[in-house]
Structures are given as structure tokens and as C-alpha cells.
Design a protein around this ligand. Structure first.
Ligand SMILES: NC(=O)c1ccc[n+]([C@@H]2O[C@H](COP(=O)([O-])OP(=O)(O)OC[C@H]3O[C@@H](n4cnc5c(N)ncnc54)[C@H](OP(=O)(O)O)[C@@H]3O)[C@@H](O)[C@H]2O)c1
Length: 334
């Protein structure tokens, strides 16, 4: 990291490429060749204040992020050469870890080709969809599930998971192309383009029986529009609020319809996916089974080369990514 994006969006010049020799593992360590690196909206907060998850990065530190890679040299008995692992690898071509809890490093159990899936549908992104929807949203067959950021990494799984258990699903996204993707590939019954349509009016039409579960990835005006249409006992999953991440204002967006939560005995709950870490294996197993059965498809947006990491991050805030944003750092061996 070269600069902090204080009060402004992330820029390409916030990062610098630095070359160093590939490290040798010390006793207890192992070296990983990174294959894919994951991009996530939270990364801007890592650069500023750590997002309440980690300490803020210092200027000159390796940018933080998850990756999937292959162990190429190990002096740790729990990780051997050739193992495919997932965890904190940072924006680098080779990472060193000692496998301690800080690294959140685990062997990929349900390996599906390509291994990029270990960061998307079968990784923390997919687990966010799984636990947010099933543990907080608690959808029941026949209910209506509305999803914002529906064509992104998390959102592209949420609609399909809701569909698997028999819900009606409506997705919200920012381009006509993404809306087609939602209904043609990602199993949504209907889609709303929030940039060209009146979101509240369209929710009213497409969720005629009201919204039972709102899975929110974006916050702000779209959250407010959705709240206007929630049903009695609705569940609002506050997964993320990307529309507010660079708003440049310290004031939270004024939600005019927040009163509906109390009036309709509804629930609005946030969560941090890392609190679910002890149950990641459960999600990985369930999601992999659905992928293998053809019930769950995945959408990835892959750029090539470590030098494109800054560009890939910026794509998330600009809405340019379709599905899970990744960068291929080295050739996928499978
Ligand atoms: N709670 C947790 O533990 C947890 C874990 C992971 C992720 N999250 C959150 O989940 C959300 C989705 O994450 P992701 O990794 O899957 O990212 P993503 O959805 O793949 O990428 C971000 C998407 O947000 C949309 N967006 C950007 N600016 C927007 C705006 N002003 N208004 C509305 N939409 C906007 C864009 O799609 P459009 O073209 O449709 O605008 C963009 O493609 C984020 O808010 C993230 O912080 C939370």
C-alpha cells in the first residue's frame, strides 16, 4: 500500500509493485504459490481503519487479502508440498504462513475445478451468502426474497440458495446486462435495474405479496426502498452497505422507512462472516454438493496478473464486476 484513500475512492496510485526474493520457510512455516487472489469491498477499510476486523495497514505493508494457492515448500507438519490452501495471503505472488489462527488458513476440502471457486462460491464469499441467508434470513418455501447487489460475488449465490429451498427471488443490480445475467443464469425470477428504474415502484410490482427476506449488500436508498415493502415478521439481512462506503459523509444515510421494522415485528440484523468460521466446513460441504448437482452455478470475473489487483479492486466500487471479482496470479494447475 502506497497511500491511504482518506475521504476519496481508491486509486491505482494507492499501490506500488515491489519485488523481493521468494522467501524460504523457517521451522513451522510453509511457502505458498498464490494462484488466485480475492477482491472484496471491505479492503478499502483495511487501508483506513482495519474495518474493526484487523489493525489498519501501514504504508508500505503488503496489501491484505485472501487467496487460494499451492504449498511449494513446507516445514510445517500440517501442510505438505502440493496441498491446496485458502487463507490470508495478501497481494503477493508467494506467501509465507505458519498456519496459526491469524492466517485463517485451511486446506480446501471440496476441491472443484477451477480452484478459484475456493474464493468464490466455495469460499468466504459463498459462505457469506449461505450464513446470511439461512441463519439470519431464515427463508421458508414460498416466501419472497429480495436481494441487492444481486449480480456480485455474494449476491450471485444468494438468489440461487433461496431458489433451492423454494422461494420466489427478485434481484437488484446496476446494468441491463447484469439484470439479464440474474434471470438467465443466476436463477432469479425477476430483476430490477436500480440505475434506470424506480426501485420502490418496481419492488411493489415484482414482489406483489411483499418482501419476506431482504438480503442487503448495498444499504442507502435501496435499503430504504426495500424497507417500504417488507411484510410482517420480515427479516432484513444487513450484509453490507457498499453504496455508503465512499459516501464521503460521516452521517449515516437517513432511512425514512426504518420505522417499519418495529411496526411490522421485523428483524434487521448485521453479521460478520468470520464469526461463522467454526461452521465454514458445513457451508463448504453444502455448497459443493449443490454445485456438483447442478443446482448452484457460479459467476466469476477474472483478470490476469498481480499488477491488475488495484484495477480489480476499483471495479467493485465502480460496479464493473460481474460475479466474484478475482485476479489470477499464477497459472491454475488443474
Ligand atoms: N457481513 C459480512 O461479513 C460480509 C462478508 C463479505 C461481504 N460483505 C459485503 O457484501 C457486499 C457484497 O460484497 P461482494 O464481495 O460480493 O462484492 P460485489 O457485490 O461483488 O461487488 C460490489 C458490487 O456492489 C455494487 N455497487 C457498487 N456501488 C454501489 C452503489 N453505490 N449502490 C448500489 N450498488 C453498488 C456493484 O454492482 P452494481 O453494478 O449492481 O451496482 C458492484 O459490482 C458488500 O457490501 C460487502 O462489504 C459482507
Amino acid at each position: 500500500m502506497a497511500e491511504r484513500p482518506v475521504d476519496r475512492p481508491v486509486r491505482l496510485t494507492d499501490f506500488k509493485l515491489h519485488e523481493a526474493p521468494v522467501p524460504e520457510p523457517k521451522a513451522g512455516e510453509f511457502v505458498i504459490r498464490v494462484i488466485y487472489a480475492s477482491l472484496a469491498p471491505v479492503m478499502r477499510f483495511y487501508m483506513l481503519d482495519g474495518a474493526g476486523i484487523e489493525k489498519p495497514l501501514e504504508i508500505g505493508e503488503v496489501m491484505r487479502g485472501r487467496g487460494v494457492g499451492q504449498v511449494i515448500a513446507s516445514r510445517n507438519p500440517n501442510f505438505k508440498d502440493g496441498d491446496i490452501v485458502q487463507g490470508k495471503m495478501g497481494w503477493q505472488e508467494y506467501a509465507v504462513s505458519d498456519g496459526s489462527p491469524y492466517w485463517m488458513m485451511y486446506k480446501v476440502h471440496q476441491r472443484i475445478v477451477p480452484v478459484s471457486t475456493a474464493l468464490g462460491v466455495l469460499g468466504v464469499t459463498g459462505f457469506t451468502a449461505y450464513f446470511g441467508l439461512f441463519d439470519i434470513g431464515k427463508p421458508k418455501p414460498g416466501e419472497t426474497v429480495l436481494v441487492s447487489g444481486a449480480a456480485g460475488g455474494v449476491g450471485s449465490s444468494v438468489g440461487q440458495l433461496a431458489k433451492i429451498i423454494g422461494c420466489r427471488t427478485v434481484g437488484i443490480a446496476g446494468t441491463a446486462e447484469k439484470c439479464s445475467l440474474l434471470t438467465e443464469k443466476l436463477g432469479y425470477d425477476a430483476a430490477i435495474n436500480y440505475k434506470t428504474e424506480d426501485v420502490s415502484a418496481r419492488i411493489g410490482v415484482l414482489c406483489g405479496a411483499g418482501v419476506d427476506v431482504f438480503f442487503d449488500n448495498v444499504g442507502g436508498p435501496i435499503l430504504d426502498a426495500a424497507l417500504a415493502h417488507i411484510n410482517k415478521y420480515a427479516r432484513v439481512v444487513a450484509c453490507g452497505g457498499i453504496s455508503q462506503y465512499i459516501a464521503g459523509s460521516t452521517e449515516p444515510y437517513p432511512l425514512r422507512n426504518a420505522y417499519k421494522i418495529g411496526r411490522l415485528n421485523a428483524l434487521l440484523q448485521g453479521f460478520l462472516i468470520y464469526d461463522y468460521e467454526p461452521r465454514f466446513v458445513e457451508a463448504e460441504r453444502a455448497m459443493a454438493a449443490w454445485v456438483k448437482d447442478g443446482k448452484l452455478t457460479y459467476q466469476e470475473d477474472v483478470l490476469d496478473g498481480i499488477e491488475r489487483m488495484p484495477e480489480a479492486l476499483i471495479r467493485l466500487y465502480a460496479g464493473e464486476n460481474k460475479g466474484k471479482q478475482l485476479v489470477r496470479i499464477s497459472p491454475d494447475p488443474f
